[in-house]
Structures are given as structure tokens and as C-alpha cells.
Write a protein that binds this ligand. Sequence first.
Ligand code: NAD
Length: 381
Amino acid sequence: MKTITLKYPKQITFGNNCIDNFIEDYLHLSNKKLFVVTFPEILPTLEKTFKKLKNSNVNIFIDTSIISEPTYKTFAKVLQHAKDVQADSVVGIGGGSSLDVAKLVAAQLNNSQLIEDIIGIGKLKQRTTYLACLPTTAGTGSEVSPNAILLDEIDNLKKGVVSEHLIADAAYIDPVLTYSVPPKVTAATGMDALTHCIEEYTNIFAHPVVDVYALEGIKLIGANLIDAYKNSQNTEAREKVALGSLYGGLGLGTVNTAAVHALSYPLGGEFHIAHGLSNAVLLPYVMKFNMVSSTERYAQVALALGVKKQEDDLSTAEKGVERIFEMCKFLDIPVKLSELNIPKDAIKRMVEGAMKVTRLLNNNPRTITKEDAHNIYLEAY
Ligand SMILES: NC(=O)c1ccc[n+]([C@@H]2O[C@H](COP(=O)([O-])OP(=O)(O)OC[C@H]3O[C@@H](n4cnc5c(N)ncnc54)[C@H](O)[C@@H]3O)[C@@H](O)[C@H]2O)c1
């Protein structure tokens, strides 16, 4: 068996209302200047939390300027804000956009490296500021991952910082925080989490330790996402999708994602399609492409999605792809790139962009050439 090293936050707390555990734990620290990266809609929900912290003499500095997927420029503004108030600790409370920025703010507060210098794997040298992450979407797994993604406005490409220093000190996954997520975002983020699990399980670097989480995540999300979408107050479905999302996150730092994510980045970069949505649209097409070289694994994915075993693995795997299309239909997610208002002549540029994401393409179970990428986009169009 291959050797694997697991690096996670020192503390991962999961459960309804565990935002209270965050308060309790934070008050045991000596920090008194907490910088909060969050988003406007959640502020009423956070009122009680902030009040309790303020009553214990914690100064709270709230930044809600990250409304959607962050760019170099929007990140730089938030970092400056944190520097101006001389924050001594950072918490991200939000979707992947807020969490990624919180992670980078904590890392860059006392670091002389420029953001351009830390893009890539293992380039960030340190993080000296306390960092906690509380996800409010069930999707990215950023709360436990070593990754943070920013859009470079110059070449319209999404770029990743991957470093163990970006792993939060503590993650609190409180499913209650996801109750207010609008249906469209529930669908897209849930499919993002499902994509994490599928790409981890079928990854060239797949490992039995991660397989356990990935398969269970596929089961949980496959069985509960549609219920969470249809009824945002279905607390059991919300809880199970949040757990599935955490499981997906636990594989990001070890085996990570693959071609779905690589091909989806240019859709976010140039056309600002939400990360989860672009993954969801491309997922079944990449699965179709990959399954010939990893048939048994894709058959297991299909079974975890709840489909019946067929006469052979390939037929079972094909049923899994059908199930993804069916889920997208129930979740009102388009199944074609053309439905996302992407012009056909953009495919050539998207291929160029995707082929640059070698850190993820290298994980794919089947080698993807430029021509393959072109054909996958065309089929998905
Ligand atoms: N670091 C990682 O490991 C990792 C992994 C996957 C994706 N990402 C990145 O994460 C970003 C996407 O994150 P996301 O999909 O969570 O979406 P998001 O953070 O962009 O949020 C999407 C929308 O949902 C709203 N929202 C979030 N939680 C809500 C709540 N509880 N109630 C009401 N509204 C709510 C936000 O305000 C926003 O408008 C992308 O930039 C992507 O590249 C990072």
C-alpha cells in the first residue's frame, strides 16, 4: 500500500450549533482582535456570536466585501483592511469564497511574500496568525483543505495556493449555518462536494484512507442533496450534505481533484460561472471520458450513488453517469455549456486555460490531451 500523510486542522468540530464551540474555544486564546471575513446576508445570524465575543472584550472587525469568487484585487483590499486594524486572529465564516480569503489573509498578515510568489504548491513559507473556518455552504471543503483559489484578472485564470500553512487551526462545521443557503447555491455547492468525492475516489493517487471518506460522501450527497434543495429547512438532509461535504474536503489535501476541476476553472475565470455549477455541468462528460480506464472505480461510484448493479462494471458505471444527469435535472442545473451563455468559439481558449491546470490534470485516471479536452467541451456544449 502507498504511504499517505494526512494533514488536517488540529481541531475539526461537526454538529448543529457548533458555532458556540468556536466562541468557547476562541475565548480560551489570548487574542483580542478578531478579523472576520464573511458576507452580508449572514450578519443577522451572527449577531449573537459577535455579542458574546464583544462581551468578553474581543474587538471584532468585520469585512463583508467578498461577495462572490475572489480575485487578486478583492483579496488585496481585504488584506489591507486586516493590516489597518492590526488583527491578531482571523475567522472565515462563509462559502469557499470567504474561507479562501480568510485563509490567505491569515497567511499574508505577517508574510513578506507577494501573492504571485505563493501561487502553486508548497510555496507559502509560513502562517503566524490564528485561523478558524466556519463554512456556511456545504460544498468546497475549504475549511479543512490546504487550498485557496483566487482569480487572476490579468489572464482570467483561477489560480491556487496550496500549502499546509493554509490548513486552519480549527474548523467548525455547523449545518445550521447552511439553512439559509438559497436553493440555486445549495444545488451548485452540493454538486461541487459530490465532484470532490468522485474525483478523489477515481483519482490516480486514490488511497484506501481517502476512499472511505469519498465513498461515504458520495452516498450521503447522492441520497440527500435533492431533499436539501427542495426544502431548505430539511434539517436532516442539510446535516447529511454538510457531512458529505466535510468528507469531500478531507481528501483535498491528500489526493485532490482532477480533470472536472481543471476543465471547469476557465468557465469561472472568463465567464464567472459559479464554481459548483461549472463542475456540475462538466462532471458527467468527464466521467464518461474517464470510465474506460477506471471502470471498476466508476462502477463503485455508481453503486454509491444508489444505482442497481448491472451485468458488468462498464454498464454499472454508465448508469452512474445517467444518475448524475438525473440529479442535475432535479436540481435545475443545466446539462449543456450552451445553456450557460458561453459562445462556442470560446472552447479553444477554454482548452488552453484548462491544459495549464496541470496540478489537477496530473491526477486524472485517464491522460487528457488537448484534443481530448476539446472533445469533452464539445460534447458538453
Ligand atoms: N479552498 C478550497 O479547497 C476550495 C475548494 C473548492 C472551491 N473553492 C473555491 O470556493 C469558491 C466557491 O465557494 P462556494 O461554492 O462555497 O460559494 P461562495 O462562497 O462564492 O458563495 C456563493 C453565494 O452563496 C451565498 N451564501 C453562502 N452561504 C450562504 C448562507 N448560509 N446563506 C445565504 N447565502 C449564502 C454567498 O453570499 C454567495 O453569494 C470558489 O472561489 C472556488 O474556487 C475552494
